[in-house]
Design a protein around this ligand. Structure first.
Ligand SMILES: Nc1ncnc2c1ncn2[C@@H]1O[C@H](COP(=O)(O)OP(=O)(O)OP(=O)(O)O)[C@@H](O)[C@H]1O
Ligand SMILES: [Mg+2]
Length: 297
């Protein structure tokens, strides 16, 4: 058996059924609201009875913890290097949401030996059974690591703002995605969130712009999840290190996030993309494989 088949076997045995939805939150341009959306959506979904965990894949900056004002004791790599269990590396945030810090792990993940990958994957496979939703907060920009997470997640939330560069960068991200030989639109749903808009009409307009170009030139159809109003309480909450939906539940942006959470929970099973490689363990497996390929090049 070659190395890849051995790894594939490991994933198969550790992850028979995937129960959780895996949603990657991404953007072309940085600083458009991915982390705020990940955290606040997680809280809203949790209020709707879903068990949610955020995986902070913004390696290095550890954004989610800053936004929640909570310092995690461990990160993903403690699973491998320090014998910690998956339960131990999950930090509990407000409303019972969990989050896992990726640590500074990207390059290290590519260098792991099979034994370590096995520990990692069987730990992550447990997440599928513990949580209903796994939100992956990707880092800034169209880097390889970000693209790999977007590639392997069945559901993608693409965050854009009215800034022209945010729209063109979102389009660039879609182009990179489309060019990837493994991209299969059947197994992926990309939903756009227009953030920092004046009203929903503006949000819609932004979506139409991206969707028109995307359908025409990239043969990739997008869906519109909705918009979030530009709101000074959103930035205020970040400074206070509290999720806006908790600190200012009735402010305009909180109401918008609540609507988005309703839309996400009310999707029928048919609307939820079932990737052929869904499940968080499989996603990491694909991620590590892709990193290894890159390294070998
Ligand atoms: N709806 C909103 N209204 C006003 N300000 C907002 C809104 N959403 C986000 N912001 C502001 O945008 C800033 C960036 O948000 P956030 O850190 O969530 O973006 P990000 O996409 O995760 O950034 P990075 O790419 O660096 O990870 C926040 O500090 C906040 O002040
Ligand atoms: Mg962020």
């Amino acid at each position: 058996m070659d190395q890849a088949s051995k790894l594939r076997e490991m994933v198969k045995t550790s992850n028979n059924v995937s129960n959780s939805r895996v949603i990657a939150v991404t953007s072309g341009k940085g600083g458009v609201g991915k982390t705020s959306i990940s955290v606040n959506l997680a809280i809203e979904l949790s209020e709707r009875g879903k068990k949610v965990v955020i995986f902070d894949a913004d390696f290095g900056l550890a954004n989610v913890e800053v936004m929640l004002g909570i310092r995690p004791k461990y990160n993903l790599l403690d699973l491998i290097h320090n014998d910690k269990s998956i339960e131990e590396i999950i930090t509990t945030g407000p409303k019972g949401i969990g989050f896992i810090s990726g640590g500074s792990g990207v390059s290290e993940l590519a260098a792991l030996d099979n034994e370590s990958i096995k520990i990692l994957i069987s730990g992550l496979a447990k997440l599928d059974k513990m949580y209903d939703v796994v939100i992956i907060d990707t880092g800034a920009g169209i880097t390889d690591a970000v693209m790999e997470f977007v590639m392997v997640s069945p559901e993608v939330l693409l965050v854009v703002t009215p800034e022209p560069t945010s729209i063109t960068d979102a389009y660039s991200l879609l182009k990179v995605l489309r060019r990837n030989e493994k991209f299969n639109p059947i197994y992926k749903t990309i939903r756009v969130i227009s953030n920092r808009v004046e009203d929903d009409a503006e949000g819609h307009e932004i979506f139409e712009k991206i969707n028109t170009v995307s359908s025409k030139f990239l043969n990739t159809k997008l869906e519109y999840l909705g918009s979030i109003i530009q709101d000074k309480n959103a930035s205020r909450a970040i400074i206070e290190q509290k999720p806006v939906v908790m600190a200012y539940p009735t402010t305009s942006s909180s109401k918008c996030i609540s609507v988005l959470a309703d839309k996400l929970t009310n999707l029928s099973d048919d609307d939820i993309a079932q990737g052929d490689n869904d499940g968080i363990a499989r996603i990491f497996f694909e991620f590590i494989k892709a990193r290894r390929r890159k390294k070998q090049k």
